[in-house]
Design a binder for this molecule. Structure first.
Ligand SMILES: Nc1nc(=O)c2c([nH]1)NC[C@@H]1CN(c3ccc(C(=O)N[C@@H](CCC(=O)O)C(=O)O)cc3)CN21
Ligand SMILES: O=c1ccn([C@H]2C[C@H](O)[C@@H](COP(=O)(O)O)O2)c(=O)[nH]1
Length: 324
């Protein structure tokens, strides 16, 4: 069996955070154990796709979230249409506050009822969605339409795609996409969050893969803040997909994905879950494979279903509440 090396790194750092992290009173009030700066993982995409097998990772949700960002979309409506609810909490709470409605306890019956009503309106009432479903200038906006010095939209992803296609040497060490737009952070914080996966850089290698005959493409991601139990398993998949997608549309073979972290933390109410996950370390499955729809030729044209995960064997899901 092929060893799930990415997963072993993920579990190694989970244990390190628990053993060596510092207890921290974080913004959400939940409290975390936090390890700063040290964690870094490297995934070799020629060998494996980094989808954890020690619990079910709902890759359907990762795929539609990535498609949402690639479209440059920042409204909850698209995610709701895809039955993806990982971003509901933030615009929902922002809506309640702006309407002067008291925020019920997270997860309570009242919370669920209010959220259902809110989501129904997001889906059926376009004017309502435009007003209360927008997360502000979050990832999709910054990737595809960062506002330039002269007010012009800058499509960072297209620029990278073009530079890779034309083999533009002047861009060689500048293949960066940043979501950390300092002047927009306040707006992002209203109904969304300042970006957690902050900046990524591609490396167009000159080395040719002997089996595909194509040159390699690598990526390094800087994640400033990482919810090790809920966020990171999604982020690993998301960026491995993004690297593979960029390689696909620029005629390259994806190789290394480096994932480096600022604050890597485990929320106190996830500790038990992480320990249960760690207990499965001896019984991991072989990692699955990713296939990309060969008909897609442009980074803007990816839909969730253009990414297919093959042979995903996993342990059962482990539930945990997201800290708002
Ligand atoms: N505290 C926190 N952690 C995060 O990981 C996170 C945020 N906030 N805010 C923005 C996004 C939203 N993300 C999320 C939010 C929820 C899940 C989550 O609950 N995942 C469940 C499955 C959920 C489902 O099936 O609907 C899981 O078990 O992975 C994952 C990522 C990642 N981000
Ligand atoms: O893709 C994501 C998005 C968010 N997170 C986590 C990291 C933190 O736990 C929270 C954000 O809170 P901040 O106070 O803004 O750091 O969300 C993640 O891991 N991955």
């Amino acid at each position: 069996m092929k060893k799930p090396r990415a997963e072993l790194q993920y579990l190694h750092w989970a244990k390190k955070i628990l053993d060596e992290g510092e207890p921290t009173d974080d913004r959400t009030g939940v409290g975390t154990i936090d390890l700063f700066g040290e964690p870094q993982m490297r995934v070799d995409l020629r060998e494996e796709f980094p989808l954890l097998t020690s619990k079910l990772v709902a890759h359907r949700l990762v795929r539609s979230e990535l498609a949402w960002m690639l479209r440059g979309d920042t409204n909850l409506r698209y995610l709701a249409e895809q039955d993806n609810h990982i971003w509901d909490e933030w615009p929902f709470v922002s809506y309640l506050r702006s309407e002067g409605i008291e925020v019920p306890e997270q997860g309570s019956d009242e919370w669920k009822q209010e959220k259902d009503t809110y989501l129904k309106r997001i889906l059926t009432d376009k004017t309502f969605a435009d007003k209360y479903g927008d997360l502000g200038p979050v990832y999709g906006h910054q990737w595809r339409a960062w506002e330039g010095y002269h007010g012009q939209p800058i499509d960072q992803l297209r620029q990278v795609q073009e530079a890779l296609r034309t083999n533009d040497r002047s861009m060689g060490r500048r293949l960066i996409v940043s979501a950390w737009n300092v002047g927009n952070l306040e707006e992002m914080n209203k109904a969304g969050l300042p970006p957690c996966h902050t900046l990524f850089q591609f490396n167009a290698s000159n080395k040719t893969d002997p089996t595909t005959g194509k040159k390699y493409l690598d990526m390094k991601l800087y994640q400033r803040s990482a919810d090790w139990f809920l966020g990171v398993p999604f982020n690993m998949v998301q960026y491995a997909m993004l690297l593979s997608a960029m390689a696909h549309v620029t005629g390259r073979t994806p190789r290394y994905f480096y994932h480096t972290f600022g604050s890597a933390h485990i929320y106190k109410n996830h500790e038990e879950q992480v320990r249960a996950q760690l207990a499965r370390e001896g019984e991991l499955y072989e990692p699955p494979r990713l296939e990309i729809n060969p008909r897609v030729t442009d980074i803007s044209d990816f839909e969730a279903d253009d990414f297919t995960i093959i042979g995903y064997k996993h342990h059962p899901a482990i539930k945990g509440q997201v800290a708002i």
